[in-house]
Write a protein that binds this ligand. Structure first.
Ligand code: ADP
Ligand code: MG
Length: 272
Protein backbone atom coordinates (compact mmCIF):
# COMPACT_ATOMS: atom_id res chain seq x y z
CA UNK A 1 0.00 0.00 0.00
CA UNK A 2 1.45 3.39 -1.04
CA UNK A 3 0.28 5.02 2.17
CA UNK A 4 1.96 2.44 4.35
CA UNK A 5 5.62 3.17 5.03
CA UNK A 6 6.26 0.00 7.01
CA UNK A 7 4.48 -3.29 7.44
CA UNK A 8 5.31 -6.68 8.80
CA UNK A 9 3.74 -10.12 8.99
CA UNK A 10 4.27 -12.98 11.42
CA UNK A 11 7.43 -11.48 12.86
CA UNK A 12 8.98 -13.79 15.42
CA UNK A 13 12.05 -13.31 17.59
CA UNK A 14 13.16 -15.92 20.11
CA UNK A 15 15.83 -15.88 22.78
CA UNK A 16 16.36 -19.55 23.56
CA UNK A 17 12.98 -20.80 24.74
CA UNK A 18 11.55 -17.31 25.19
CA UNK A 19 9.42 -15.86 22.42
CA UNK A 20 10.19 -12.17 22.87
CA UNK A 21 8.24 -10.97 19.83
CA UNK A 22 5.45 -12.68 17.92
CA UNK A 23 3.53 -10.09 15.93
CA UNK A 24 1.09 -11.35 13.31
CA UNK A 25 0.61 -8.03 11.56
CA UNK A 26 1.58 -4.43 12.08
CA UNK A 27 1.60 -1.42 9.75
CA UNK A 28 2.60 2.23 9.99
CA UNK A 29 0.77 4.77 7.83
CA UNK A 30 3.12 7.28 6.17
CA UNK A 31 3.45 10.64 8.01
CA UNK A 32 1.75 9.32 11.12
CA UNK A 33 2.86 9.16 14.72
CA UNK A 34 2.26 5.66 16.07
CA UNK A 35 2.98 4.59 19.63
CA UNK A 36 3.82 1.17 20.98
CA UNK A 37 2.99 0.63 24.63
CA UNK A 38 3.00 -2.36 26.93
CA UNK A 39 4.33 -3.58 30.27
CA UNK A 40 8.06 -4.02 30.89
CA UNK A 41 9.39 -7.04 29.04
CA UNK A 42 6.54 -6.96 26.49
CA UNK A 43 9.01 -7.03 23.60
CA UNK A 44 8.87 -3.38 22.54
CA UNK A 45 12.62 -2.74 22.35
CA UNK A 46 13.21 -6.16 20.82
CA UNK A 47 10.76 -5.27 18.06
CA UNK A 48 12.76 -2.08 17.37
CA UNK A 49 15.94 -4.14 17.28
CA UNK A 50 14.33 -6.44 14.70
CA UNK A 51 13.16 -3.57 12.49
CA UNK A 52 16.56 -1.84 12.55
CA UNK A 53 18.64 -4.96 11.90
CA UNK A 54 20.23 -5.18 15.37
CA UNK A 55 18.57 -8.59 15.60
CA UNK A 56 17.75 -10.93 12.75
CA UNK A 57 14.18 -12.21 12.97
CA UNK A 58 13.58 -15.95 13.24
CA UNK A 59 10.48 -15.87 11.09
CA UNK A 60 8.19 -13.53 9.16
CA UNK A 61 8.72 -10.58 6.88
CA UNK A 62 9.13 -6.83 7.20
CA UNK A 63 8.80 -4.35 4.34
CA UNK A 64 9.89 -0.72 4.43
CA UNK A 65 8.98 1.54 1.52
CA UNK A 66 8.76 -1.47 -0.77
CA UNK A 67 12.08 -2.97 0.41
CA UNK A 68 12.10 -6.30 2.25
CA UNK A 69 14.25 -5.84 5.36
CA UNK A 70 14.99 -9.42 6.29
CA UNK A 71 18.70 -10.21 6.07
CA UNK A 72 19.82 -6.60 5.73
CA UNK A 73 22.49 -5.09 7.97
CA UNK A 74 22.01 -2.16 10.33
CA UNK A 75 23.86 0.15 7.90
CA UNK A 76 21.80 -0.95 4.91
CA UNK A 77 18.58 -0.33 6.83
CA UNK A 78 19.79 3.08 7.96
CA UNK A 79 20.60 3.96 4.35
CA UNK A 80 17.08 2.96 3.29
CA UNK A 81 15.77 5.62 5.69
CA UNK A 82 15.13 4.16 9.13
CA UNK A 83 16.84 5.77 12.14
CA UNK A 84 16.46 5.17 15.84
CA UNK A 85 17.31 6.27 19.33
CA UNK A 86 17.99 3.89 22.20
CA UNK A 87 16.20 3.27 25.49
CA UNK A 88 19.56 3.78 27.21
CA UNK A 89 21.38 6.72 25.64
CA UNK A 90 24.25 5.65 23.40
CA UNK A 91 26.59 8.52 22.58
CA UNK A 92 30.32 8.78 22.06
CA UNK A 93 30.96 10.38 25.44
CA UNK A 94 34.42 11.72 24.70
CA UNK A 95 33.45 13.24 21.37
CA UNK A 96 31.84 16.66 20.99
CA UNK A 97 28.17 17.12 20.23
CA UNK A 98 28.98 18.07 16.63
CA UNK A 99 31.20 15.04 16.17
CA UNK A 100 28.44 12.78 17.49
CA UNK A 101 26.04 14.21 14.92
CA UNK A 102 28.63 13.76 12.16
CA UNK A 103 28.91 10.08 13.02
CA UNK A 104 25.18 9.88 12.29
CA UNK A 105 25.78 11.26 8.79
CA UNK A 106 28.14 8.44 7.96
CA UNK A 107 25.78 6.32 5.83
CA UNK A 108 25.51 9.21 3.35
CA UNK A 109 29.15 10.31 3.16
CA UNK A 110 31.65 9.05 0.63
CA UNK A 111 34.57 9.96 2.87
CA UNK A 112 34.81 8.80 6.47
CA UNK A 113 33.54 11.24 9.11
CA UNK A 114 36.22 9.88 11.40
CA UNK A 115 38.73 10.96 8.77
CA UNK A 116 37.11 14.39 8.80
CA UNK A 117 37.28 14.56 12.58
CA UNK A 118 40.80 13.26 13.00
CA UNK A 119 42.33 15.13 10.11
CA UNK A 120 42.98 12.52 7.43
CA UNK A 121 41.06 14.62 4.95
CA UNK A 122 39.56 13.05 1.93
CA UNK A 123 37.11 15.50 0.50
CA UNK A 124 37.41 18.93 1.96
CA UNK A 125 34.15 20.15 0.38
CA UNK A 126 32.12 17.25 1.65
CA UNK A 127 33.60 17.64 5.11
CA UNK A 128 32.61 21.30 5.30
CA UNK A 129 29.11 20.61 4.01
CA UNK A 130 28.73 17.82 6.56
CA UNK A 131 29.79 20.05 9.41
CA UNK A 132 27.45 22.84 8.30
CA UNK A 133 24.60 20.35 8.16
CA UNK A 134 25.54 19.01 11.59
CA UNK A 135 25.44 22.55 13.05
CA UNK A 136 22.04 23.11 11.47
CA UNK A 137 20.76 19.91 13.10
CA UNK A 138 22.30 20.94 16.41
CA UNK A 139 20.32 24.20 16.33
CA UNK A 140 17.16 22.45 15.16
CA UNK A 141 17.40 20.02 18.11
CA UNK A 142 17.64 22.95 20.54
CA UNK A 143 21.37 22.64 21.26
CA UNK A 144 22.60 25.89 19.71
CA UNK A 145 25.99 26.92 21.08
CA UNK A 146 26.66 23.49 22.61
CA UNK A 147 28.32 21.88 19.58
CA UNK A 148 31.85 21.90 20.97
CA UNK A 149 30.97 20.43 24.37
CA UNK A 150 31.82 16.80 24.99
CA UNK A 151 28.70 14.62 24.99
CA UNK A 152 29.44 13.43 28.53
CA UNK A 153 29.35 17.02 29.81
CA UNK A 154 25.86 17.73 28.51
CA UNK A 155 22.94 17.53 30.94
CA UNK A 156 20.72 14.46 30.57
CA UNK A 157 17.94 16.19 28.60
CA UNK A 158 20.49 17.59 26.14
CA UNK A 159 22.02 14.15 25.67
CA UNK A 160 18.59 12.87 24.66
CA UNK A 161 18.31 15.76 22.17
CA UNK A 162 21.77 15.02 20.84
CA UNK A 163 20.86 11.41 20.24
CA UNK A 164 17.86 12.61 18.27
CA UNK A 165 20.00 15.00 16.24
CA UNK A 166 22.38 12.15 15.46
CA UNK A 167 19.45 9.99 14.34
CA UNK A 168 18.19 12.82 12.12
CA UNK A 169 21.65 13.17 10.55
CA UNK A 170 21.04 9.96 8.58
CA UNK A 171 18.03 11.68 6.94
CA UNK A 172 15.41 9.14 7.97
CA UNK A 173 11.88 8.95 6.63
CA UNK A 174 10.96 6.66 9.55
CA UNK A 175 12.23 7.45 13.03
CA UNK A 176 12.03 4.94 15.89
CA UNK A 177 12.19 6.45 19.36
CA UNK A 178 12.62 4.13 22.35
CA UNK A 179 11.31 5.84 25.49
CA UNK A 180 12.73 9.23 24.49
CA UNK A 181 11.22 11.12 27.43
CA UNK A 182 12.28 8.64 30.13
CA UNK A 183 13.82 10.50 33.05
CA UNK A 184 12.70 13.91 31.82
CA UNK A 185 10.77 16.38 33.93
CA UNK A 186 7.26 17.45 32.78
CA UNK A 187 8.59 20.63 31.15
CA UNK A 188 11.27 18.76 29.15
CA UNK A 189 8.74 16.09 28.23
CA UNK A 190 6.36 18.70 26.86
CA UNK A 191 9.14 20.37 24.83
CA UNK A 192 10.19 17.00 23.48
CA UNK A 193 6.63 16.10 22.49
CA UNK A 194 6.32 19.37 20.58
CA UNK A 195 9.60 18.58 18.87
CA UNK A 196 8.29 15.19 17.68
CA UNK A 197 5.30 16.92 16.15
CA UNK A 198 7.60 19.35 14.32
CA UNK A 199 9.60 16.43 12.92
CA UNK A 200 6.46 15.04 11.42
CA UNK A 201 4.86 18.33 10.33
CA UNK A 202 7.98 20.18 9.07
CA UNK A 203 10.22 17.34 7.90
CA UNK A 204 7.53 14.83 6.96
CA UNK A 205 9.10 12.13 9.11
CA UNK A 206 6.96 9.18 10.19
CA UNK A 207 7.45 8.39 13.88
CA UNK A 208 7.17 5.10 15.75
CA UNK A 209 7.37 5.78 19.46
CA UNK A 210 7.82 3.50 22.45
CA UNK A 211 6.60 5.57 25.34
CA UNK A 212 5.61 4.93 28.94
CA UNK A 213 4.21 8.40 29.68
CA UNK A 214 0.51 8.05 28.88
CA UNK A 215 0.06 11.80 28.56
CA UNK A 216 2.57 11.78 25.71
CA UNK A 217 1.02 8.70 24.12
CA UNK A 218 -2.55 9.95 24.31
CA UNK A 219 -1.61 13.49 23.27
CA UNK A 220 0.53 12.77 20.23
CA UNK A 221 -0.37 9.41 18.66
CA UNK A 222 -2.79 8.80 15.84
CA UNK A 223 -2.62 5.08 16.55
CA UNK A 224 -1.52 3.00 19.49
CA UNK A 225 -0.42 -0.62 19.43
CA UNK A 226 -0.27 -2.56 22.68
CA UNK A 227 2.15 -5.44 23.19
CA UNK A 228 2.03 -7.96 26.00
CA UNK A 229 4.27 -11.04 26.21
CA UNK A 230 5.51 -10.27 22.71
CA UNK A 231 2.07 -10.25 21.14
CA UNK A 232 -0.20 -7.50 19.92
CA UNK A 233 -3.19 -7.42 22.24
CA UNK A 234 -4.82 -4.22 21.02
CA UNK A 235 -4.52 -1.58 18.36
CA UNK A 236 -6.47 1.57 17.59
CA UNK A 237 -7.04 5.23 18.32
CA UNK A 238 -5.74 6.39 21.73
CA UNK A 239 -9.24 6.91 23.09
CA UNK A 240 -10.25 3.34 22.25
CA UNK A 241 -7.06 1.89 23.68
CA UNK A 242 -7.60 3.70 26.97
CA UNK A 243 -10.94 1.92 27.44
CA UNK A 244 -9.86 -1.51 26.23
CA UNK A 245 -10.30 -4.11 29.04
CA UNK A 246 -7.41 -6.28 27.78
CA UNK A 247 -5.09 -3.31 27.90
CA UNK A 248 -6.15 -2.31 31.37
CA UNK A 249 -5.68 -5.87 32.52
CA UNK A 250 -2.19 -6.08 31.00
CA UNK A 251 -1.17 -2.96 32.87
CA UNK A 252 -2.63 -3.93 36.22
CA UNK A 253 -2.02 -7.62 36.33
CA UNK A 254 -4.32 -10.52 35.59
CA UNK A 255 -7.77 -10.17 37.04
CA UNK A 256 -7.31 -6.68 38.45
CA UNK A 257 -10.09 -4.85 36.68
CA UNK A 258 -12.44 -2.01 37.48
CA UNK A 259 -12.26 1.65 38.37
CA UNK A 260 -8.65 1.64 39.43
CA UNK A 261 -7.75 -0.14 36.21
CA UNK A 262 -9.33 2.44 34.01
CA UNK A 263 -7.71 5.35 35.82
CA UNK A 264 -4.24 3.83 35.57
CA UNK A 265 -4.06 4.52 31.86
CA UNK A 266 -6.76 7.17 31.57
CA UNK A 267 -5.18 10.61 31.43
CA UNK A 268 -6.35 14.05 30.51
CA UNK A 269 -5.40 15.27 27.08
CA UNK A 270 -2.53 17.72 27.39
CA UNK A 271 -3.10 21.20 25.99
CA UNK A 272 -1.99 21.34 22.34
P1 ADP B 1 10.38 -4.06 26.58
O1 ADP B 1 11.22 -3.14 25.74
O2 ADP B 1 8.96 -4.15 26.13
O3 ADP B 1 10.46 -3.73 28.05
P2 ADP B 1 12.26 -6.09 25.73
O4 ADP B 1 12.08 -6.11 24.26
O5 ADP B 1 13.47 -5.37 26.24
O6 ADP B 1 10.94 -5.55 26.43
O7 ADP B 1 12.35 -7.58 26.27
C1 ADP B 1 11.39 -8.55 25.88
C2 ADP B 1 11.79 -9.88 26.47
O8 ADP B 1 12.95 -10.38 25.81
C3 ADP B 1 12.15 -9.80 27.96
O9 ADP B 1 11.70 -10.98 28.56
C4 ADP B 1 13.66 -9.71 27.93
O10 ADP B 1 14.20 -10.24 29.11
C5 ADP B 1 14.00 -10.58 26.73
N1 ADP B 1 15.24 -10.15 26.05
C6 ADP B 1 15.46 -8.95 25.46
N2 ADP B 1 16.67 -8.90 24.88
C7 ADP B 1 17.24 -10.11 25.13
C8 ADP B 1 18.50 -10.71 24.79
N3 ADP B 1 19.42 -10.03 24.09
N4 ADP B 1 18.73 -11.97 25.22
C9 ADP B 1 17.82 -12.65 25.92
N5 ADP B 1 16.62 -12.17 26.27
C10 ADP B 1 16.32 -10.91 25.88
MG1 MG C 1 12.34 -1.52 26.25
Amino acid sequence: MANTIFECKNVMKRFGGLIAVSIDSFAIPRHSIVSIIGPNGAGKSTFFNCITGFYQIDDGEMVFDGHPLKGRTIDQITRLGIARTFQNIRLFNNMTAIENIMVGQEPHLTSSPLGAIFGTRHTRGEEQAAEDEARRLLDFAGLRGKGDLLAKNLPYGDQRRLELARALASKPSLLLLDEPTAGMNPRETQDMTRFFRRLRDELGITILLIEHDMRVVMGISEYVTVLDYGQKIAEGAPQEIQKNPRVIEAYLGRGAMGEAGASAIAVEQPAA
